[in-house]
Write a protein that binds this ligand. Structure first.
Ligand SMILES: Nc1ncnc2c1ncn2[C@@H]1O[C@H](COP(=O)(O)OP(=O)(O)OP(=O)(O)O)[C@@H](O)[C@H]1O
Ligand SMILES: [Mg+2]
Length: 287
């Protein structure tokens, strides 16, 4: 069923887990996770947001909620269901599994993550958005190659940020996990990589070029996500457009960027080849 057309949720399928990740910090993972969750909820889906940044959880702050003892820490240390650890965000209706303020939070090991995903897959959510911390590498994929799990890589239009995503792309590919890319804080200045340059290196499906927009820092300061503070703002509209692509599971209708030959031969040569492709591109920009 095309959910985008009906605007309703199809509860017959298992939850669709989207892990929002980048090895690099500060690129906008939490901002995007929180706003995506709200955008999907406003389209009628049942949405769970999990703050899986065990070192520095911040979704609770973005949402203007208060910390309680309901958190990922409890979920991972007890034999219990997701519903026992969920807090409802009143303004949007999304369900949150908050990060823990414990001094010794349970680290998100592959085993812990597998437990989390297993519990999510037994729930009746349409979407589970997982906000991960910087340094996250790859999920435990081997049991999720049915498409119930995918990664949304986040980068800014800069070389170090893109290079860090490419390192993870290689592991996702080798595990057979579907992934797509969002580029955040785009301002069109000449020092930023262009969409074409980014796709030249990434080669997968791009789901959004999200603008740098002052609504975001303002929304963080006001503890009210951009999507609720001003849904007409450029950033909010770009997130809403990006979410539309997740309502069409195949990504249908979105033009796939043509992979270039250099990229494909880089992929065949493994991670080293991909980096050579990036560096050739960057040298070309400077010449
Ligand atoms: N599109 C945007 N426009 C302007 N500012 C932005 C945008 N996206 C994020 N920011 C700002 O960048 C900062 C980092 O954002 P955020 O906390 O979402 O990144 P993160 O990747 O989750 O960071 P961490 O790796 O530390 O978890 C925040 O101060 C946020 O306000
Ligand atoms: Mg974060």
């Amino acid at each position: 069923m095309d959910h985008a057309k009906t605007g309703t949720a199809d509860r017959s399928h298992t939850p669709h887990i989207i892990a929002v990740t980048s090895r690099k910090g500060g690129v906008g993972k939490t901002t995007i996770s929180v706003n995506m969750a709200i955008a999907l909820k406003s389209r009628g889906y049942k949405v769970l947001l999990v703050d899986a940044d065990t070192t520095n959880p911040s979704a609770t702050i973005h949402l203007g909620m208060t910390y309680s003892n309901k958190s990922l820490h409890q979920l991972l240390t007890r034999d219990s269901a997701i519903s026992d650890h969920v807090t409802v965000h009143r303004q949007s209706g999304i369900h949150l599994i908050a990060g823990s303020l414990s001094r010794n939070p349970v680290p998100l090991t592959q085993e812990a993550e597998r437990m989390l995903f297993d519990k999510i897959l037994k729930s009746d959510y349409d979407f589970a958005i997982i906000d991960t911390g910087p340094g996250y590498t790859a999920p435990p994929a081997f049991r999720y190659d049915d498409g119930s799990l995918e990664i949304l890589f986040v980068t800014t239009p800069s070389e170090p940020s893109l290079a860090s995503v490419i390192r993870s792309v290689d592991s996702a590919d080798s595990l057979g996990i579907k992934h797509r890319l969002a580029v955040n804080m785009v301002n069109g200045k000449p020092y930023q990589l262009t969409e074409h340059e980014i796709m030249h290196v990434y080669g997968g499906e791009m789901v959004g070029m999200l603008p740098e927009d002052e609504v975001v820092p303002r929304s963080v300061a006001e503890n009210t996500p951009a999507m609720l503070l001003n849904k007409r703002a450029r950033f909010s509209r770009a997130v809403a457009a990006m979410c539309t692509k997740y309502m069409q599971p195949s990504g249908a209708g979105y033009p796939q960027h043509p992979r270039n030959e250099e990229y494909d031969s880089g992929r065949r040569a493994g991670i080293l080849g991909i980096f050579q492709s990036i560096f050739r591109l960057f040298r070309h920009r400077r010449s």
